[in-house]
Ligand binder design. Sequence first.
Ligand code: AMP
Length: 220
Amino acid sequence: MTINIILLGPPGAGKGTQARTLVEERGLVQLSTGDMLREARTSGTEMGRVVAEVMDKGQLVTDEIVIGLIREKLETVDAPGFIFDGFPRTLPQADALNDLLAGMGRQIDAVIEIQVDDTALVDRISGRFTCGNCGEVYHDQTKPTAKPGVCDLCGSTDLKRRADDNADSLKTRLLEYYKKTSPLIGYYYAKKQLHPVDGMAEMDEVGRQVAAVMDGIGGR
Ligand code: AMP
């Protein structure tokens, strides 16, 4: 049996952080279209250049590109289950994902919606930085590194801020979320696949709520 889940929520909700825990604790594979696009933009291709421009403004990349990236991963990566992180972000992407999974005899087992107050998002995003080596996520105020400039987990000094984690891009990213992604909440509710968790709780508590959903759907 395979388990496939979607993490849904606005930028800064904590999708990536929760995905990392699920990877570590349950052996699922994280498919983050944001990570794939950040890799694509360094490729030096025309597609990479276009993607970089769109991402830096905080707009959504075309459905065609992101669906293509997900299709390629699903065709090449073997896993007991996938965590879709930041995908789907539009209704056409959601339909395409259903079709792709159905073609593999798989399905979405749960959509975990991480609910966060809009007012918290700006603070969360503007203080955020990650380790370029191991991917650990930090925050200037709420989760600084123990030693300035050094990752607590792997000791790397390659700490990075995302180009789109600034107030201007965030405004566009939020608008894009409400216009194009939030309709997915109703879509998955109607399909009886939606599981809301309280993204304003402490990180461990959010993790417990996510774990309870996973246990409820038989996610090992
Ligand atoms: P994320 O890392 O998920 O916050 O994504 C960063 C940026 O990548 C977004 O602001 C979009 O520009 C782009 N992106 C990521 N996933 C998608 C997607 N599913 N559809 C369209 N654009 C995406």
